[in-house]
Design a protein around this ligand. Structure first.
Ligand code: NAD
Ligand code: UDP
Length: 328
């Protein structure tokens, strides 16, 4: 059986990737320090003999005693409110953490795929975003800690590929959603759905004219799976190209949840990208991949998941205690 290490396994994307690789007949080792993840995302794998879990902070030296064929590096805070609260951890996980994983991949002769992001394009001046666009990032703004760490992660990965001949893959993920997102992680889909379920007004930041393009988790996982098994070492955008303004999206959520919430407007966060849509021509050509799940279907499945959570989850504000992860 092929063995794969997945970092960020207790998170939203990582836990779905664990499921997918187990279903494909892999032995999966999950690794996570639970800083933004949730043990419950892996609960269903407890008795799976092909699944092991190591609780570990990937910014510290990593030891895995088994052989590895593949490594997926998905550990990193991903929600703006998370990485604004833990900026140094965010910088470290994609720099020091990636360095450790590249070293591990070299020793194990494993192929490493890193989770990059549409944020490497910053507030993009090219639209839709193609992989050859270099981006427009404010290095010293509050989002810089995430964007620049991910840009450094890509550079370091390419250097290991060029210098050591390491097999590497880079996926640039555009806004992905689905079950197992943290209801209170602050990203727009859990935020709006949580507000609808609690009977609160929906908070649109700015005038809501900024756009995003939302990709359902199953489509994202399929794209990542195909990219890992491809022979292409350069970055590939994976996302859904159907773009919508946040204001129209808020109205869609009100309709979907069949509620009568009002929309209220709050300040646009600093450096919030004004437009985002992936150009997926490369993924189509290279991986014969394109998204299949439309927004209506994906949002319904996601809303059903949030509805199934307990009242306690619904009314908990941010239950994260980051203090134990912050070393002096
Ligand atoms: P998430 O917060 O749900 O998952 C991240 C996981 O990484 C969590 O379980 C967290 O505990 C773990 N983690 C963080 N730092 C760690 C460390 N130092 N050591 C070990 N584990 C650590 O976020 P997600 O949405 O699942 O994102 C996963 C990856 O995908 C991230 O790298 C993110 O940058 C990338 N990504 C996600 C999206 C998206 O739309 N979901 C978009 C672009 C990129
Ligand atoms: N947003 C919003 N209201 C919220 C949360 C987010 O209007 O309660 C907006 C946010 O300003 C951004 C978009 O929704 O323009 C997507 O935000 P998210 O945090 O999901 O991710 P981003 O794509 O900015 O990383």
């Amino acid at each position: 059986m092929k063995k794969i290490l997945i970092t960020g396994a207790a998170g939203f994307l990582g836990s779905h990737l664990c499921d997918r690789f187990l279903n494909e007949g892999f032995k999966v080792i999950g690794m996570d320090n639970f800083i933004t993840g949730d043990k419950r995302n892996l609960e269903h794998l407890k008795s799976n003999v092909n699944f092991d879990f190591i609780q570990h902070d990937v910014t510290e030296h990593i030891t895995v005693d088994k052989n590895l064929d593949y490594i997926l590096h998905f550990a990193s805070p991903a929600s703006p409110i998370d990485y604004l609260k833990i900026p140094i951890q965010t910088l470290k996980v994609s720099s020091l953490g990636t360095h450790n994983l590249l070293g591990l991949a070299k020793v194990k002769k494993a192929r490493l795929l890193i989770a990059s992001t549409s944020e490497v394009y910053g507030d993009p001046l090219v639209h839709p975003q193609t992989e050859d666009y270099y981006g427009n990032v404010n290095t010293i703004g509050p989002r810089g800690v995430y964007d620049e760490a991910k840009r450094f992660q890509e550079s370091l990965t390419m250097a290991y590929h060029r210098v050591h001949g390491l097999e590497t893959r880079i996926v640039r993920i555009f806004n992905t959603y689905g079950p197992r997102m943290r209801l209170n992680d602050g990203r727009v889909i859990p935020a709006f759905m949580g507000q609808a379920l609690r009977g609160e007004d929906l908070t649109v930041f700015g005038d809501g004219s900024q756009t995003r393009s939302f990709c359902y988790i199953e489509d994202q996982v399929e794209g990542i799976y195909r990219l890992l098994l491809s022979d292409y070492a350069y970055p590939v955008n994976i996302g859904n190209h159907h773009e919508i303004s946040i204001l129209d999206f808020a109205q869609e959520i009100i309709k979907l949840t069949n509620t009568s919430q009002k929309i209220i407007f709050e300040d646009l966060p600093v450096d919030d990208p004004l437009q985002r849509q992936p150009d997926i021509t490369l993924a189509k050509k290279l991986l014969d991949w394109e998204p299949k799940v439309g927004r209506e279907e994906g949002m319904k499945k996601t809303f059903d998941y949030f509805k199934s959570l307990s009242k306690e989850d619904l009314f908990k504000r941010d239950h994260r205690d980051f203090s134990k992860h912050i070393k002096t």
